[in-house]
Design a binder for this molecule. Structure first.
Ligand SMILES: N=[N+]=NCCCCNC(=O)[C@@H]1[C@H]2[C@H](O)[C@@H](O)[C@H](O)[C@@H](CO)[C@@H]12
Length: 450
């Protein structure tokens, strides 16, 4: 056996999001979010699950920081719930909301764990949705106002800020397919939402720079590696369109100040109808300090002239392994993605802000949770990250999704991504899975045994 040593200042972390773990959905002045509304709408979430209680992190955050300490995390990525801070999305600030996050951050600092804050992880105040939400360009100033409140409140204790988590999913799942809140099914709206999200990101970064804070700011994108099933030209073009649809639509504006041509022409009238103003692309391209990458799986496609989706048909190899989300396990895709980002987009520091897998974890007779499949998944992806670092990619940290099992959006509690098991039938009891103990060993040695 040999060991792969990561750079000495490499950051090992884990990640969560407010709506997925906090619960206390109506407590201490918190306003309603679009996910409160969506999850309470019959038929939207598996088994009628909601985030009303979730992992009850709101009341158990001290216990959870103890868990992070036991695992030995260098850093913890979490999101702040906008409706906890501004119940109506604007106007009056809810001091109890600020107090909760102050308490959490204080516990993290006491434990020597770097706080990394995601400003927006999908839980928009419902009051703003009622004014059009992300489809209404007015939202941009409300987001910047919300961000400025947090920059001023926590700017001296937060290590890094992430403006948005996965604008692709907010735009296209929330406003295109409609399987996420607010459940809109309109491609034209989805494209406008994507633009307004990017614009809000750029203006929040601009505000951050004006405040002259000495921490860092970036954005997190869900990115794939896209492959054609054959080397024929149409399959290759289909793979490129898929990459433009998920990756390019956000990477090109952020790093090159433009939308990707190939797919702009595909959108045609829907793109021409967008409200994009003269300075927008320059504002979106405001320089960031790092890029966050959420990688879960690859995309393998063939050209299909009858497919209404970009003329693309997905392919699922029989001989691959799949997670409980039915996502192909393809660690090489992470390596290929990191190399491509380094070569085609940025040499800025990169962080894997999410990578992990759902498996059907069970509590064993002996009381432990033996999730060897998750260990194997993470080990293979850590090896891909290591290889990319060895080849010069400025990968500075890795956050495992997730610290604990949680509310998996439209799947509710039916999918478990955590390295900590949550026993929902037993008062949300926490049980560190074997993967947590395995991860602890990686962190303490800053190396991977292969
Ligand atoms: N095939 N395939 N697809 C890969 C999936 C890409 C889109 N979903 C995500 O990335 C979400 C991200 C989210 O931040 C987190 O809140 C979610 O809990 C995790 C797990 O779902 C991931």
């Amino acid at each position: 056996m040999s060991r792969l040593y990561f750079p000495k200042d490499f950051i090992w972390g884990s990640a969560t999001a407010a709506y997925q773990i906090e619960g206390a959905y109506q407590e201490d002045g918190k306003g309603e979010s679009i996910w409160d509304r969506f999850s309470h709408t019959p038929g939207k979430v598996a088994n009628g699950d909601t985030g009303d209680v979730a992992c009850d992190h709101y009341h158990r955050y001290k216990e959870d920081v103890e868990l992070m300490k036991e695992i030995g995390l260098d850093s913890y990525r979490f999101s702040i719930s906008w409706p906890r801070i501004l119940p109506k999305g604007k106007g009056e600030i809810n001091q109890q909301g600020l107090d909760f996050y102050r308490g959490l951050i204080n516990e993290l600092l006491k434990a020597g764990i770097k706080p990394v804050v995601t400003l927006y992880h999908w839980d928009l105040p419902q009051a703003l949705q009622e004014e059009g939400g992300w489809a209404n360009r007015e939202i941009v100033k409300h987001f910047v106002n919300y961000a400025e409140i947090l920059f001023n409140e926590f700017g001296d204790v937060v290590s890094q800020w992430i403006t948005h988590n996965e604008p692709f999913v907010v735009a296209f799942n929330g406003h295109g397919s409609g399987d996420h809140a607010p459940g809109i099914k309109d491609q034209q709206v989805a494209l406008q939402v994507a633009h307004n999200l990017l614009l809000s990101h750029g203006l929040a970064v601009k505000k951050f720079r004006e405040l002259k804070l000495d921490n860092e700011i970036g954005i997190t994108l869900n990115l794939i590696s896209s492959y054609p099933i054959s080397d024929n030209v149409e399959d290759n073009k289909a793979a490129k369109r898929m990459e433009d649809y998920i990756n390019g639509w956000f990477l090109e504006p952020l790093f090159k100040g433009r939308y990707p041509e190939r797919i702009v022409e595909f959108y045609g009238e829907k793109f021409n109808n967008l409200d994009i103003r003269e300075d927008d692309m320059g504002l979106i391209k405001e320089e960031i300090d790092f890029l966050g990458i959420n990688y879960y799986s690859r995309s393998l496609v063939r050209y299909n002239k009858d497919s209404k989706f970009l003329g693309i048909e997905g392919v699922k190899p029989q001989d691959s392994q799949y997670t409980a989300m039915d996502w192909e396990i393809y660690p090489k895709g992470l390596y290929d993605l990191l190399i491509k980002l380094n070569q085609e987009y940025t040499q800025k520091p990169l962080y894997i802000t999410e990578n992990g897998a759902a498996f059907d974890d069970k509590i064993s007779e002996g009381g432990g949770v033996h999730d060897q499949d998750r260990i194997d998944y993470l080990k293979a992806h850590f090896q891909s990250a290591y290889k990319a670092i060895q080849e010069g990619v400025a990968l500075k940290g890795y956050y495992v999704w997730s610290l604990m099992d949680n509310f998996e959006w439209a799947y509710g509690y039916s999918k478990r991504f955590g390295i900590t098991y949550i026993d929902y039938e037993n008062n949300q009891r926490r049980i560190l899975k074997d993967s947590a103990y395995w991860y602890k060993n990686i962190i303490v040695n800053n190396s991977l045994e292969v």
